[in-house]
Design a protein. Structure first.
Lengths: 115, 115
DNA sequence: TTGACATATCAATAAATATTGATACGTTAA
DNA sequence: TTAACGTATCAATATTTATTGATATGTCAA
């Protein structure tokens, strides 16, 4: 069997990439408590407006956040599903079972590896 | 209180960055069942040697894998701690509590946001 | 001891991402 | 209406990350 469904690695890479930047982690931290307006994020993070907008788009494209417009304000909130997905991915990538106590190469021979 | 310990976001970014590439996800998938020799990874992933070595280094620098040398072979395995750490990070970034049913801006005023 | 091997590292380049400043667009207050 | 506002998007540039081919290093077999 394949290790994972065909697009698992692409989706995993996308989610983890969205979380691989300190500014974006900062945004997520601010959203942990609930929905926030872009202008609040801007004040708190002290980030230039277009820069913040760029990072919000990365998060949105990865499905990490949802947005909502209200008049001239935009509100962002975390998407619970994406976090469930991320947690599940970490679990699926995590080491399973135990290493054999006697080391056996995957080709079945002990202490040898390549031909 | 700060949302997280001072280096949380740096460490989170590092771990997630290590997992943000399809080739590296592929490597991790191969290691899920236990330790593997570099040459096996090379055959299975069909990746150029220096390319594979580069990605293994990214994973190693992030603490995702440990390596071991035996004669002329190198073996890599997943580091359980890093996955526990990653899982915990996802949990800490995940939305908590409930959004207020009546929307209130963080500045306490309803329906308003910025000054 | 010499030569082939497994792997890491390096330098050059390519490709992807991020930052910045400018502009565009819808919305609201005056 | 018009002007200021909040936000998104774009183009140019800077920065980071990945790939490639070459070389270095330690190890083992002949």
């Amino acid at each position: 069997m394949p290790a994972q469904a065909p697009h698992f690695s692409a989706r995993a890479a996308q989610i983890f990439h969205a979380l691989s930047d300190e500014t974006r982690i900062g945004i997520v931290e601010l959203l942990v408590g609930g929905e926030r307006c872009v202008c609040e994020l801007q004040d708190t993070l002290d980030a230039a407006q277009s820069r913040l907008s760029f990072h919000l788009k990365v998060l949105k494209d990865a499905g990490i956040v949802n947005d909502r417009r209200e008049g001239r304000w935009s509100y962002y909130e975390l998407n619970r599903e994406a976090f469930a997905e991320a947690e599940e991915m970490v679990r699926e990538l995590r080491p399973r079972g135990r290493r054999p106590s006697v080391r056996v190469a995957a080709n079945g021979r002990q202490g040898e590896c390549c031909d």
